[in-house]
Design a protein around this ligand. Structure first.
Ligand code: PEP
Length: 251
């Protein structure tokens, strides 16, 4: 069966950016509105402090905005946390959950990630659920098993009838300038597709699978043309409008 999944390129600004960075967003907006129309849905995930301003600014250029994390609960005594509904209220349409930096820095488990994805869906957001193996796990030949287990634990049943996006991000490729080969990416994305189809039937064919990890202007064309790669999650290269635009244009 063949389906057409609209590609998506999301930029994860991580803990970078202040209001001054909105200039970068307006440069991107200018490129997107004056150049050839992008073939991908374009999403920027700035720090939470900038979600509202970025959403206001993006509204005129078609750039959508996402959060970088959300809480499992809708409200309550969770100092410093942000509920999915708050992100939606600020103008976000997407939210990254289960990024490996959150799994590592905050000990997030697959079950928490699944509940965050459910909270996101409940608030009308589209989650981008991250999975990926460490270098040691890849060297030990465990990469596919690790990713399949993360998928089973982190993707909620609600993916059956709500938009969810998977981002395959090998941890050893994030911020390192190293990437898997196209063959390795193809093999992992096929394995992810298979487990989505095993679990969700035909619906699994429509779930977007993004690649993330040192996606750059130089390698975007090759990586984004790999089978079952339906777009990208971009960290460092999303901070500069020129680089991010080049990646978007590579779709
Ligand atoms: C990320 O952390 O989501 C990421 C893909 O980072 P980078 O592109 O910088 O490797």
């Amino acid at each position: 069966m063949t389906t057409t999944i609209s590609p998506l390129i999301a930029g994860n600004w991580k803990m970078n950016g202040t209001r001054a960075s909105l200039d970068e967003l307006s440069s991107l907006a200018t490129m997107l509105t004056t150049g050839a129309a992008p073939r991908a849905i374009v999403v920027i995930c700035p720090p939470a402090t900038m979600v509202a301003a970025a959403a206001r600014q993006g509204a005129t250029s078609g750039i959508l905005v996402g959060g970088q994390d959300c809480h499992t609960e809708g409200s309550g005594a969770h100092t410093g946390d942000i509920a999915a509904g708050m992100l939606a209220d600020a103008g976000a349409q997407y939210v990254i959950v289960g990024h490996s930096e959150r799994r590592a820095d905050h000990g997030e488990t697959d079950d928490q990630v699944r509940r965050k994805a459910m909270a996101a869906i409940g608030a009308g957001l589209k989650p981008i659920i991250c999975v990926g193996e460490t270098e040691g796990q890849r060297d030990a030949g465990e990469a596919e098993a690790v990713v399949k287990e993360q998928l089973a634990g982190s993707v909620p049943d609600a993916a059956e009838n709500h938009e969810v996006n998977i981002a395959y991000e090998p941890i050893w490729a994030i911020g390192t300038g190293r990437t898997p080969t196209s063959e390795e990416i193809a093999a992992m994305h096929a394995a992810i597709r298979n487990s989505l189809v095993e679990r969700f039937g035909e619906r699994g064919m429509d779930i977007r699978i993004l690649y993330g990890g040192s996606l750059k202007p130089q390698n975007a064309r090759e990586i984004l043309s790999v089978e079952n790669v339906n777009g990208g999650l971009v960290g460092g290269a999303s901070l500069l409008a020129n680089d991010f635009y080049t990646i978007i244009s590579a779709v």
